[in-house]
Design a protein around this ligand. Structure first.
Ligand code: ATP
Length: 141
């Protein structure tokens, strides 16, 4: 692992260890690394607009929520980060960081080469073990 990757891991480990630490911007390479490139074996759930993966950070775990590409525009994403940063409560899953990665890729479309903007947006939260609460709630009357 290179120096930059180690530094990024340390930043996330420090946020996780210090409950008063503010969430930070995290590099895509870190979130790819700790989820084994978003591998199926580390998928822990799916919602309406995201797939959630377990991220392995040495002996600790985090949840990495990868938003579907079409889902959020920049302003909505910014507002969501602001809300998540304000929502600090013992009963609310702790928000650790976010990633807004942009890359320009040359891609073939209709036999033409086109420069396409590829955005990846992700959130990182503390990992809550034992699955979703709905599994534990009985609906029998
Ligand atoms: N921090 C977390 N720790 C552990 N598992 C999580 C965490 N966040 C989400 N999950 C798992 O991933 C699933 C999907 O979560 P996600 O937040 O994308 O959707 P949701 O809250 O179920 O629905 P919605 O699409 O309305 O937000 C959850 O049901 C849960 O099982």
């Amino acid at each position: 692992m290179d120096h930059k990757a180690t530094a990024a891991r340390n930043v996330l480990a420090q946020i996780l260890a210090d409950e008063t630490a503010e969430p930070k911007a995290l590099p895509l390479s870190l979130l790819e690394g700790i989820t084994k490139n978003f591998s199926d074996e580390l998928e822990i759930g799916r919602g309406g607009f995201a797939v959630v993966y377990k991220g392995e950070l040495d002996d600790k775990e985090v949840a990495v929520k990868r938003l579907s590409k079409a889902y959020m525009h920049e302003t909505e994403f910014d507002r969501e980060i602001e809300c998540l940063m304000r929502a600090k409560h013992k009963n609310v899953v702790r928000f650790l960081g976010y990633c807004d990665d942009r890359q320009r890729n040359m891609e073939r479309y209709d036999e033409k080469l086109i420069m396409a903007d590829v955005n990846q947006r992700l959130f990182c939260f503390e990992y809550i073990p034992k699955g979703s609460l709905d599994k534990y709630i009985s609906t029998t009357i």
